[in-house]
Design a binder for this molecule. Sequence first.
Ligand SMILES: C[S@@+](CC[C@H](N)C(=O)[O-])C[C@H]1O[C@@H](n2cnc3c(N)ncnc32)[C@H](O)[C@@H]1O
Length: 338
Amino acid sequence: MGMLTLDKLPKKVLEKLDLQTVFMVSRVVVAAEKLQIFRKLHGKQLTAAQIGRMLGIHRQKREVFLGSLVAVGLLKKKGDLYFNSALAEKYFVRERSIYWTRLYSDQCITEYERFSVLEKMLATGKNYGSIVGKKNVGYLDVIAKNRTWACDFTHMLYYHHLPEARALAKKLNLRGYRSLLDVGGGSGVMSIALARKYPHLKACVLDMKTVTPVTRKIVRREGLSKQITTTVGDLNRDLPDGYDVMMFCDVDIADYRKTFKTAYDRLPAGGLIVVVEELASEDYTEPLLRMMWQLRTQGCLLRTRKEIADIVKACGFKSVKGSFLCRDSWMITGRKPT
Ligand SMILES: C[S@@+](CC[C@H](N)C(=O)[O-])C[C@H]1O[C@@H](n2cnc3c(N)ncnc32)[C@H](O)[C@@H]1O
C-alpha cells in the first residue's frame, strides 16, 4: 500500500510548506480523510454546497476547506465543481482499504492531541495521559474490548504489512522446518506470505480472542485455511509448544527476555526464533516515525538491532543474525542448538 509522503507532492506545493506550520496542512488532510471526502467524491464532480450537505460542513468553512485541499493538490476545481485529483484517487481511494480510511485518521488525531503537550512531556519524561490526567488507553485495551475496532485494525495491518511480508518470504529460509507459531500474528499476513512460499509449512497464528476470528476470515479469503490455523493466547504469559519456528513480527512484548526465553524452552533442539521489527540504528537516529512515537511514550519502546540480537543470544540461541527486510523493518533470527 502506498502512502502519500511529501515527495509525491508537486514542487510548487512543497515550496509553500514550512516545517513549523506544515502540521496545519496535515491536520486539514486528516479531517478530509475522517470525513471520507475522497471516497465520497470518487467518480463525482460536486459543488461546495453539495459537498457541504453531504459531509456536514458549515457553509462558512466549506469553500476555504475545499480550497485548501485544491491548494495541496488533492482536489481539482473546474468552474463551481470539485473532484478528486489523480493523487487523491491513487493514495486515498485505490491504494487504501476502507479499514485504513476508517481508522488511520482517528489515530492521527490522537497523535495531534498527545503532541500538543510535547514540551511538558520533554520536561517531565511523562506521557500525555499522566500530564492531562487521562487514563492511558493503549490500542491493546481497545482491541480487547471492541470487536469492530479490532476488525478494522487487523484488516488495516494486513495491507500495511504486505511489503514486509513479501520481503520476509524472500529472505527467510524455512526449507528445513515444518510448523510455525506466528505469535501476535494479527491478520496472519506474514504467515500467509510464508505459507505461499513453503507449501509444506503449517502455520498457527496466536492472538487475542477479538482478533483470531478476523484472521480466520482473511486466511479463508486467501484460500489457505488448510495450512494456517489460529489459537487464542497471551504471549506475555506463556507460549504453546509443538512448533519448530516461533515468529514475533511487530508485537508488543512486555519483557523480551522472558518471552524469548519461553520461546527457547518451548522450541525443540534446532528450532528457530524469528523477530521482525522496526529497529533503531545503533546511533539512535532512525527510524524517524518510531522516534517520534518514542518521544510521547513513557519508558523505552524502541530497541536497536544489537539490543534485540543480544537478548536473543542471552536466551541461548546461536547463529544469531540480523538482516534488513524493507522500509524500517529488520529481521533477527537465532537457532536453538542441537
Ligand atoms: C502491531 S500488530 C502486528 C500483527 C502481525 N504480527 C503483523 O506483523 O502484521 C500486533 C499484534 O499483536 C497482538 N498482541 C499484542 N499483545 C498480545 C498478547 N499479549 N498476546 C497475544 N497477542 C497480542 C495484537 O492483538 C496484534 O494483532
